[in-house]
Every structure is written in structure tokens, then in C-alpha cells.
Design a protein around this ligand. Structure first.
Ligand code: GLU
Length: 390
């Protein structure tokens, strides 16, 4: 059988593969410390679960509007106005199967054969693959650890060609945890406007910020950039709702209508009763978010100190999200070699940086409990000591 050529051009998702492997090993009784998927270890807050259960009991189990339940689109429009200073109406919003599908769908409606999409590296591993599946060309711009893995306005300018269509911005960033300051966002917006680009702003980690870091939605910089921005977000990370698969995009009515057409022929509506959980997440108290972020903040201190006390390893202190991006170049191993033998010998799961376009690094998610972090860091230290004695 001959599969379509597009499949062979795409790399499978390593974040999902390694976290599935870690879960499988644990199910077999192996004591694995997993720092793999970016998945909060907290249960979904109970008021959100209750709202979904109530929706089930009320029979909200049928097909719904393709672009999302009207009440959820209204709640998202309000959230974007209040939290992000983005003035959207419900018809500017599409509810999608996770934040991931909002991005996938967007590439389908925007990108044509040969269109270039500028992606700063390290990047979340699905961006380039989504561009390729849509027939576009990912243009990867390598950023530097010394610059906190931020693309500079000069780098962005240099990457622009007549085929450039879209710039992908992800702040706070997966995998580095870096957060662009409002001023940096304003300067990038200027470059985007000068070159008539579009920008997709993946804001899935917007609530997970530390030490007073500030999130500015690029679409809120001015009315011109607002017209050229697609904002993507979701409930998975802020509300610990990874398995619910509820995300969204906000953009011009033209883009949202086009995305609804693609969605109507692919996933249809997001699970109806899950959307009622999402409504409760937005409408009720935000204390659950604050509590989870406070826990991540403590874990961040512990993992950051532990990494930087292991000779041969180092990482910048992340300002947001729940990842540390650890430089392993002094160990002399590729990121895949490092992660494979770390899992095999110490039962510690981490994601090789090659998946994010940086083979000299590995990503550790600290959205896991403190005991796993403490045990995992001891094992990591033992592993790295073992390498240096080889
Ligand atoms: N986004 C999360 C991560 O990077 C979940 C897995 C995935 O969808 O890639 O680990």
C-alpha cells in the first residue's frame, strides 16, 4: 500500500510518544519519574467537572454548533476583552478540539503551497509539522540561550521574504518558558506591520507566569496589528483540562468562517458537555488557577536549583509555562541519546531538544509533584555523574 506523500514528510509527536511510553512503563509497575508531557498533575477543578456532569444530566449530548456553543463563545469573547484587551464578538471565535486543533485548522485556511511561516526555535514541535501538512514551508529562526531564546526584531526582519505569510509567536513559550516583555512584543508587532505579515499568537500558557512577568497579547498593541493577529488559546494548561480537548481561536470573521468550514468537515463541534465545563472555568472563581500557578512556582525553584547544581547541566530560569530547557551540550551526547539512556538506566522521562529544534538541550516539564521532582533530580544527577566518569 502506498501512503500519501504528506505523511512521510511529517515527524510523529515525540511529546505524546514519550509520555505514552512513560505511562505504559508505570502501568507495568516500573517506578518512572516523568517530566515528559506538559500536563498539569492536578485533577480538573471540581466545579468544572460538576458543570460538565450537569450538562450530561441535562442531555447536552447531541451535535452542537460547529464553531462552538453560543454561551461558550460569549464567555470567551468576554474573557478576551477583560483579560487581554482584545475586542472580539462571539462570531470572531471558534471553539476547537484543543488549542492544537485551532492551530492546525488555521494553517489549513491560511497556508498555500510554498507559503513561508516563520517559527522561532526552540519551538513547540507541532508548529512546523502543521505548516508542512498544509503544504507550507516552515522557516526556522534559531534563537540564543544568551538572549533567553527570544527572536530579535532584526532576526525576524532577516527571515522575511516575498513568500512570508505568517509569524508564529508563543509567549510564554513551550519549550523554554521564556516570556516576551510588553516592549518586545510592541517592537515585533511593528516589524510584522511593516512587512504585511500575519501573526498567530499561541497564548496557551498566558496564566502561568512567575516573578511579576507580564503577558501582553500582541493583538492588543494597536488596531492595525489586531487586524493581522489570530489569537489561539485553550483550557488545558490553565485549568488542568488536557484531556477535555477544548481550545479556541479568535480572529476576523472571515478567518473564523473559513475555519468553521474546515472544522465542519473534520472534527465538527467539540464534545458538547465538555464545553459546559469550559464555560464554568471562565465564569466561576479563578482561584484554582492561582493555586496551581503557586504550586508550579515552588516546583520551578526546586527544579531550577537542582539542574544548575549538576555539573555539566544548566538552564535559564523560566518566566512562564512549566518547563525548564536544559543545556546538555557539555555531556557530549545528542539529546536523543541522552533521553533514551536516561529513561533506560534511571527511569526518568524527558523530551529530547531535537524535537523542538535544539539538539543540545532537553525539556523537563515540572507540572508534576514535588516528590517526583526530588527523586527525578537525584537520578538525573547520578546519570550525568556517570557520563562524566565514562
Ligand atoms: N503541549 C504539551 C507538550 O508540549 C502536550 C503534548 C503535545 O500536545 O505536544 O508536552
Amino acid at each position: 500500500m502506498k501512503l500519501a506523500a504528506r505523511v512521510s514528510q511529517v515527524t510523529p509527536s515525540l511529546t505524546l510518544a514519550i509520555s505514552a511510553k512513560a505511562k505504559e512503563m508505570r502501568a507495568e509497575g516500573i517506578d518512572v519519574c516523568s517530566f515528559s508531557a506538559g500536563e498539569p498533575d492536578f485533577p480538573t477543578p471540581s466545579h468544572i467537572c460538576q458543570a460538565a456532569k450537569k450538562a450530561l444530566d441535562e442531555g447536552k449530548t447531541k451535535y452542537g454548533a460547529v464553531a462552538g456553543e453560543p454561551l461558550l463563545r460569549q464567555a470567551i469573547a468576554k474573557k478576551l476583552r477583560v483579560d487581554n484587551n482584545l475586542d472580539f464578538a462571539p462570531e470572531n471565535i471558534i471553539v476547537t478540539n484543543g488549542g492544537k486543533y485551532s492551530l492546525f485548522n488555521l494553517m489549513q485556511v491560511l497556508i498555500e503551497e510554498g507559503d513561508e511561516v516563520i517559527i522561532p526555535a526552540p519551538y513547540w514541535l507541532s508548529y512546523p509539522e502543521m505548516v508542512k501538512i498544509a503544504g507550507g514551508k516552515p522557516v526556522i529562526v534559531n534563537t540564543l540561550g544568551e538572549n533567553n531564546y527570544k527572536i530579535t526584531p532584526e532576526q525576524l526582519k532577516q527571515a522575511i521574504t516575498p513568500r512570508s505569510k505568517l509569524f508564529v509567536l508563543n509567549s510564554p513559550s513551550n519549550p523554554t518558558g521564556t516570556v516576551y516583555t510588553p516592549e518586545e512584543i510592541r517592537v515585533l508587532a511593528q516589524v510584522i506591520l511593516e512587512h504585511d505579515l500575519l501573526v498567530v499568537s499561541d497564548e496557551i500558557y498566558e496564566k502561568i507566569l512567575y516573578d511579576g512577568a507580564e503577558h501582553l497579547s500582541i493583538g492588543a498593541v494597536n488596531s492595525d496589528i489586531f487586524q493581522r493577529t489570530i489569537t489561539s488559546n485553550g483550557f488545558a494548561k490553565s485549568y488542568s483540562m488536557t484531556g477535555w480537548r477544548v481550545g479556541y481561536a479568535a480572529a476576523s470573521v472571515e478567518i473564523i468562517k473559513a475555519m468553521s468550514i474546515i472544522q465542519g468537515h473534520s472534527t465538527s463541534n467539540v464534545c458538547t458537555f465538555a464545553q459546559y465545563g469550559a464555560i464554568a472555568a471562565l465564569k466561576e472563581s479563578q482561584d484554582c488557577v492561582k493555586e496551581m500557578v503557586a504550586a508550579f512556582a515552588q516546583r520551578r525553584e526546586v527544579i531550577y536549583d537542582a539542574i544548575n547544581s549538576i555539573p555539566g547541566l544548566s538552564c535559564p530560569k523560566p518566566d512562564g509555562a512549566f518547563y525548564v530547557f536544559v543545556d546538555i551540550s557539555k555531556t557530549g551526547k545528542t539529546s536523543l541519546e541522552f533521553c533514551n539512556s536516561l529513561l533506560e538506566s534511571q527511569k526518568v522521562a524527558a523530551i529530547p531538544g531535537i524535537a523542538f529544534g535544539a539538539d543540545n538541550c532537553i525539556r523537563l516539564s515540572y507540572a508534576t509533584d514535588m516528590k517526583t521532582i526530588e527523586t527525578g533530580m537525584k537520578r538525573l544527577s547520578k546519570f550525568v555523574n556517570g557520563i562524566s566518569q565514562q
